[in-house]
Design a protein around this ligand. Structure first.
Ligand code: PMP
Length: 406
């Protein structure tokens, strides 16, 4: 593997060369959203400056080209997920919409009174609330696997909560709040053996390591473009095509129909079945540009991030009064922590004055925070363009906060 040239990579991200509050930006809020490389910015500009047209059914050249680029983006997404067939890749607004689509559409077809939906305590609200809504509609029940004090899903408990009543297990590949990498293939195997369908929320995995959907064996996989170096407003739901084809439409209108008649309308198969109306054409094309940029870097980027994680963990352990929350052996480069005597929001505000952008609060994981007895944490989340020098800036800034608040 060639040495990872982080300085060269950083030049691809113009925002990383900017300053905030008079200090060089140290962007450590990548779990909330990632920054965008020039490859994406320029692709969007070219699309709108030279290629813009609506997709599907157009007979003029621009429309044909826009359609080809949009469908080619679907192929790029399939390759990114390790899939040979792009048909199960549905463009959605993001992970939230993807999960809502499955909970609503698949839920309507499959959930009945007395059924159970198995989640874990690690889930983001996006993978909790749609299931609560679907459960309430069907008279089903949400069941929750606990986490260990290290922040891992309690696998024996997960296994024991599976039963013939479990209709679906929905869990994150990686925890956004703690960075824990779940044993997603093993959890999928257990759930499938119990006869349940499986949805994996890959929002925090996709930007950190190679995702191989066929190897996971799940039925649905979702991720958001904006956390994977692409634009906001675009994301992907992958579903097994045969499952998607049997699900009722989520939204209806143009593009998703085969034939419309006031006597009755018929719908197309996936993926168009779930892409009603004009899609986010530029978003899909921008996402493909992001994935084309990222895929060749992926392995080296992962190794570099693991180095950052190890260094940051060691360095932050040395900051007096700091406690790392989430110490699973398998993590992506996310560090959640509390600082004795300082509210997480104050930590965030004081770090901001040093140009360090982190996130504070419950990270859309209120049940997880509650299970740790915390209202929130401060979270530094890294991407491959972060550096060891930035780890040091973070640590020094925290030491300054510690002195001010102790
Ligand atoms: N799941 C996880 C694990 C997340 O981290 C997030 C975003 N923080 C979401 C789902 C929701 O993603 P989006 O807001 O892009 O729909």
């Amino acid at each position: 593997m060639p040495a990872f040239d982080v300085a060269a990579v950083r030049r691809d991200f113009p925002i990383l060369g900017t300053s905030v509050r008079g200090r060089p930006l140290v962007y450590l809020d990548n779990a909330a959203t990632s920054q965008k490389p020039l490859a994406v910015i320029r692709r969007l500009e070219r699309y709108y400056a030279q290629e813009n047209a609506n997709v599907h059914r157009g007979v003029h050249l621009l429309s044909e080209q826009a359609t080809a680029a949009y469908e080619s983006a679907r192929g790029t997404v399939a390759a990114f997920l390790g899939l040979k067939d792009a048909r199960g890749c549905v463009f959605v607004r993001g992970a939230t919409e993807g999960i809502n689509l499955v909970a609503e559409s698949w839920g309507r077809a499959h959930l009945r009174a007395g059924d159970e939906i198995l989640l874990t305590h690690l889930e983001h609200h996006a993978n909790i609330v749609p299931w609560q809504v679907a459960a309430e509609r069907a008279g089903a029940r949400v069941v929750v696997a606990p986490v260990t004090p290290r922040g891992e899903v309690d696998l024996p408990a997960f296994r024991s909560l599976l039963s013939p009543r479990t209709r679906i297990a929905a869990f994150s590949h990686v925890s956004n709040a703690l960075g824990t990498v779940n044993p997603a293939a093993e959890m999928t195997r257990l759930a499938k053996a119990a006869g349940a369908a499986v949805l994996i929320d890959g929002c925090q995995a996709a930007a950190h390591f190679k995702v191989d959907v066929p190897a996971l064996g799940c039925d649905f996989y979702v991720f958001s473009g904006h956390k994977t170096f692409g634009p906001t407003g675009i994301g992907v739901l992958w579903g097994r095509p045969e499952l998607l084809d049997a699900m009722p439409p989520y939204q209806s209108g143009g593009d998703m129909i085969r034939k419309v008649d006031f006597a009755g309308t018929t719908f197309r198969e996936a993926p168009e079945r779930f892409e009603a109306g004009t899609p986010d054409i530029s978003g899909a094309i921008g996402l493909a540009a992001a994935l084309d940029y990222f895929m060749p870097l992926q392995a080296a980027a992962h190794a570099h991030e693991q180095e950052l994680l190890a260094a940051a963990t060691e360095r932050l352990k040395g900051v007096k009064g700091l406690t790392i929350v989430g110490q699973a052996p398998e993590k992506v480069a996310v560090l959640s922590f509390t600082l004795e005597g300082a509210h997480p929001h104050d930590v965030g505000t004081l770090l901001d004055a040093d140009g360090v952008a982190i996130r504070t609060g419950h990270h859309c994981c209120m049940p997880l925070m509650k299970s740790f007895g915390l209202a929130g944490t401060a979270r530094a989340s890294f991407a491959f363009y972060n550096t060891l020098e930035e780890v040091e800036v973070l640590a020094r800034s925290l030491e300054r906060v510690r002195k001010m608040t102790a």
